[in-house]
Design a protein around this ligand. Structure first.
Ligand code: SF4
Length: 391
């Protein structure tokens, strides 16, 4: 699945049917939209809603024949871009605590209005708008970031660079477009120039390992404040609820909103939902995670076999079993059905990678990195996790 971003208009075929991705505007859905989407997921899909690391929602298990009807429902709910081309470009992460009319919301809306001005970019290339009092989106997948600077001003930063360029709000989106154009030219995507290696560059941070960023785009540091909590807990706009592997059940999600008295949700890149305006949920349905210490929050696992045709191993039942392993405490684990590593773009302390029905182990890296141990059977993995060196 890596390298391909399914959308609502152009879904992706998977082992369990079509995967239809819904990109909520500014990562927010009203309660009516959540209820409508859950209804659609139950009627046309498997009833599972994936929360992705790009703060999108995915319906799975949709039959080809139902796709058109599903699109009509999404349009009715206000969850479908009219222009399929723009939908594919709307990779914009937004700090989840934005408020109507604040700087983050203003910038995000301004950027969304200019998507057509961006050059041709790789499918996974994305943007982050993180312009509140503290940064939320550090570590989340984005290539060009608008962030609050140390002096409270705005900084435009290329992902992978330690500092960025101070920009005024009224020029910020123009500068975003300029930086995207620099990427397109430097990676040889605009002209077909550059070396084949550079043309394969799909992300800003990778490109900056090979090509220096012009000085004009550096020099101003983002602010040091980091928002908390990112996992379950209370934020200024409402409580955060997590889900194992980012999978919410459409049959139970409306209950959670009702229990919290929330009028909307914000989707986060940590595969959690913020229940906007809600109170803490004392008794969440069994699959929702409200304990910030739940070990499942530190585990990423892709759908694996039999859902993904690229997988030769089952992943999620295994991940649940390994979550109980005391040796895992405080460490991140990524169980990946194959070396593409769809579930986690960041390194994890331990990565188990399926290959020909067995698992390779990568320590402190990505699913596609060189393994330090190869070919373990599923039954050997508890001991392997227990004994793996602490990075
Ligand atoms: S097995 Fe997992 S990592 Fe591999 S392509 Fe499928 S979803 Fe992605």
């Amino acid at each position: 699945m890596k390298g391909w971003c399914p959308g609502a208009w152009v879904p992706m075929a998977s082992g369990d049917g079509l995967v239809v991705r819904v990109r909520p505007r500014l990562a927010r859905l009203s309660r009516a939209q959540v209820e409508g989407l859950c209804d659609v997921a139950l009627r046309y899909g498997s009833g599972v809603i994936d929360i992705t690391s790009r703060a999108n929602l995915q319906l799975r298990g949709v039959a080809e024949a139902d796709h058109e009807a599903l699109l009509q429902e999404l349009a009715r709910l206000g969850l479908l871009d009219v222009d399929p081309g723009l939908e594919g470009r709307r990779n914009v992460l937004v700090a989840p605590d934005w408020r109507t009319g604040d700087r983050t919301a203003r910038l995000a809306e301004a950027l969304l209005a200019r998507l057509a001005d961006l050059p041709e970019l790789p499918a996974k290339f994305g943007f982050a708008v993180d312009a509140g009092a503290a940064l939320w989106l550090e570590g989340a997948s984005a290539d060009i970031r608008l962030e609050t600077g140390a002096d409270g001003g705005l900084v435009l930063r290329a992902d992978g660079a330690a500092s960025g360029r101070a920009v005024r709000e009224d020029e910020a989106v123009d500068r975003v477009v300029e930086l995207a154009e620099w990427f397109a030219v430097a990676a040889g995507r605009a002209s077909g120039g550059a070396s084949p290696t550079l043309r394969r560059m799909t992300r800003m941070a990778r490109l900056l390992e090979a090509v220096p960023l012009p000085e004009a785009w550096t020099g101003v540091a983002p602010c040091a404040g980091r928002a908390a909590p990112r996992g379950p807990g209370m934020t200024r706009i409402g409580p955060v609820v997590g889900f194992a592997f980012g999978q919410a059940r459409a049959g139970r999600l409306p209950e959670i909103l009702k229990a919290a008295g929330a009028q909307a949700v914000r989707v986060t890149p940590w595969r959690c939902l913020v229940l906007e305006g809600g109170r803490a949920v004392a008794h969440a349905p069994d699959h929702a995670i409200t304990d910030p210490g739940d070990p499942l929050l530190g585990i990423d696992a892709c759908p694996g076999a039999p859902l993904c045709p690229s997988a030769s191993v089952e992943t999620r039942a295994l991940a649940r079993r390994l979550a109980r392993e005391p040796g895992l405490a405080g460490r991140s684990l990524h169980v990946s059905g194959c070396a593409k590593g769809c579930a986690r773009a960041r390194p994890a302390d331990l990565v188990l990678v399926g290959r020909e029905g067995r698992f390779d182990l990568v320590a402190n890296g990505h699913a596609w990195d060189e393994p330090c141990q190869r070919g373990s059977g599923p039954d050997e993995l508890d001991a392997l996790v227990r004994q793996a060196p602490v990075p």
